[in-house]
Write a protein of this length. Structure first.
Length: 157
């Protein structure tokens, strides 16, 4: 069974049909997706600028990272669940969309990079981040914003 077959089957499920049945439902889900992603970016920016020592200098970096962990998980979950619900009714079309494929690859990379960065920073015992971690934070931030850019490009292809 190919991925295209699975996506086509998902698109025909009753939940996908329900989600596609009202533009108000779709708009509401899209709002949750965008708000979840914006909240996620705010958390990522806050942590990464702290790692760079550009803001929040009075806060110990490891403690700050740990305090943002739960908010990061919640906002990521909201953005991902809403994204899946947006995908279901139009999976076949999204599967043929280059920017969508790029967004998914970048999203997976950003999640992995942020997890590794957060893990290392949380274990710093409130020492400042190394130059390598600061470079990683800058790169991770670039990847996160690229996810947003690729997501925005989906509608133009």
């Amino acid at each position: 069974m190919s991925l295209t077959t699975i996506v086509a089957w998902l698109q025909e499920t009753s939940i996908a049909q329900f989600l596609d049945g009202s533009r108000y439902i779709s708009m509401t889900i899209q709002i949750f997706h965008i708000v979840g992603f914006v909240a996620l970016l705010a958390i990522v920016v806050a942590l990464n600028v702290r790692v760079q020592k550009l803001a929040f200098r009075s806060l110990p970096v490891a403690s700050f990272a740990k305090s943002l962990g739960r908010s990061y998980q919640v906002s990521l979950t909201v953005a991902l669940l809403a994204g899946v619900l947006l995908f279901l009714p139009r999976g076949v079309a999204y599967g043929a969309n280059g920017p969508f494929d790029l967004k998914i690859v970048l999203l997976l990379a950003a999640i992995a990079l942020q997890f590794v960065l957060h893990w290392h920073i949380s274990r710093q015992q409130d020492h400042e981040a190394s130059a390598l971690l600061r470079a990683g934070a800058a790169f991770t931030l670039l990847v996160w914003f690229s996810v947003g850019g690729a997501g925005r490009a989906i509608g133009f292809v």
